[in-house]
Write a protein that binds this ligand. Structure first.
Ligand code: PMP
Length: 454
């Protein structure tokens, strides 16, 4: 008999735990009632029995015979191993059991080895306490966009107000708009969303006590980018984060910390995240490897309260089942090979690369746009957010004029919450253009603005 009695007990206990939804609730030791953040559609999601068994299979002791899943036999696949060559001359060899994992179905939350590495990574980067993982969890998503989309779809009902930084990343408004939720804009300056503006907006919905107690018609979520925001490039200072977090606790909100530019900062120290200061379980944090390893791998991860991450997991069970195992194994092997010291070294080199790019764009802006436009110096991210005071709305100038003059930028209007609003801004990205092209592009832009101002 291959499964001894000990293993059988383990199996029964695990199955019982996995399948009892009542138990799932009681395992959670959080004080917040997360039902407030879960809409009717999401509440109807039930665990997929087969997906749950796949999770079980991945953590089963050696010798467990798995006759449950509809898993294709890996021996029929044409791939046997892969070698990924790195730019530093080294290579990642993926073969044997690891290659089998790359080619096979994996548990919905992610490839177990990667989950383990990412939890360690988050604990180090955000200085999480040991107990953190008792109440919180992590799920690998297909880019951070995937988790962001599922999280918003988990929470928002038609007509629900949601607090968002304005200007806002259009990828987020593209999720919110069709849900018929109401984006409630919170003003930003060069340090990100302004705490007093947040409080003013919240007070229009009632007192902190009233808002906290209601489940309908009041905002429950606050969406923001902490570091190098898209499109403004703003980074929220630690002091501001503390003020915002205090308000979030008072009004019983959850922060959706969408922070794909976290490692693209130009300061000595990594920023202090909302996740690292969360003591109440109010932060759902979205991370991405798109800007630091590869955007094509489509690897992101969401970290936050178990009850909420579990809802995202159930959605994933019913959609993609899991993020590409191939991509997950490549990332996991890289992290294993590099360790945290080499990874940090890689981040430092990216930071220097983009800081130089930013400085190059700032120099071109100084040379060509002084007196015609205004901008802040971003401390992180990929963008310069430029205001043209003489023009009421940049849409026509940037789209029609820009194409005609051979320079393509994004008009500010595309980042606003309301369709018919005007914007004096546009977004310029310094990531891929050469210094010569940045200079030429801004020269063309300056001519365009001058013509418009005539
Ligand atoms: N959030 C923001 C603010 C972004 O700018 C982006 C990418 N443009 C994303 C999320 C999505 O990134 P990913 O490639 O990880 O899906």
């Amino acid at each position: 008999m291959l499964i001894n009695s000990l293993n059988r007990c383990w199996l029964l206990a695990t199955v019982a735990r996995r399948f009892s939804s009542a138990n799932l609730k009681s395992v959670s030791m959080q004080k917040i009632n997360y039902d407030r953040f879960v809409n009717a559609l999401s509440a109807r999601r039930k665990p997929s029995p087969i997906r749950e068994l796949t999770k079980l299979y991945a953590s089963a002791p050696a010798g467990t015979i798995f006759l449950a899943g509809g898993i294709p036999n890996g021996s029929t696949f044409p791939f046997s191993q892969m070698t990924v060559e790195l730019k530093d001359g080294s290579s990642l060899k993926i073969s044997g059991k690891t290659m089998e994992n790359a080619l096979q179905y994996q548990p919905t939350p992610g490839y177990p080895a990667l989950i383990h590495q990412l939890k360690k990574f988050q604990s180090e980067v955000h200085k999480l306490k040991e107990l953190f993982w008792m109440k919180n969890d992590l799920l690998v998503s297909t880019g951070s966009q995937d988790a962001l989309c599922k999280a918003l779809e988990m929470s928002l009902e038609e007509g629900d107000p949601i607090l968002v930084q304005e200007p806002i990343y259009p990828g987020t408004s593209a999720i919110i708009r069709p849900l018929n939720a109401k984006m409630v804009p919170i003003a930003q300056d060069e340090e990100g969303i302004i705490p007093s503006a947040l409080e003013d907006v919240l007070s229009t919905f009632g007192t902190a006590e009233e808002v906290s107690a209601k489940s309908n018609g009041v905002p429950k979520l606050l969406y923001l980018n902490s570091t190098g925001a898209n499109p403004t490039g703003a980074t929220i200072s630690t002091l501001r984060k503390k003020e915002i977090y205090k308000i979030v606790c008072e009004y019983n909100l959850v922060i959706m910390e969408d922070d794909p530019y976290y490692f693209l900062h130009f300061e000595e120290q990594d920023p202090v995240s909302f996740l690292s200061m969360d003591v109440e379980g109010r932060v759902l944090r979205f991370d991405s490897f798109s800007k630091i390893l590869s955007s094509g791998l489509r690897i992101g991860f969401v970290t936050g309260p178990k009850d909420l991450v579990h809802r995202i997991e159930l959605h994933t069970q019913a959609s993609t089942m899991h993020t590409s195992a191939f991509s997950q194994v490549v990332v996991s092997t890289l992290l294993e090979e590099w360790g945290s010291a080499k990874l940090q070294q890689h981040f430092k080199s990216i930071q220097k690369f983009y800081k130089d790019k930013r400085d190059c764009m700032l120099a071109a802006a100084d040379k060509h746009l002084k007196g015609l436009a205004e901008w802040n110096v971003p401390k992180a991210g990929m963008f310069l957010w430029i205001r043209v005071p003489g023009i009421a709305d940049t849409k026509k100038l940037i789209t029609e004029g820009g194409i005609l003059h051979g320079v393509i930028l994004v008009p500010g209007k595309d980042f606003l919450c309301t369709d018919d609003a005007k914007s004096q801004y546009f977004r310029a990205s310094y990531t891929v253009a050469s210094p010569q092209d940045i200079d030429k592009g801004f020269e063309r832009l300056a001519n365009l603005i001058r013509e418009e101002n005539k």
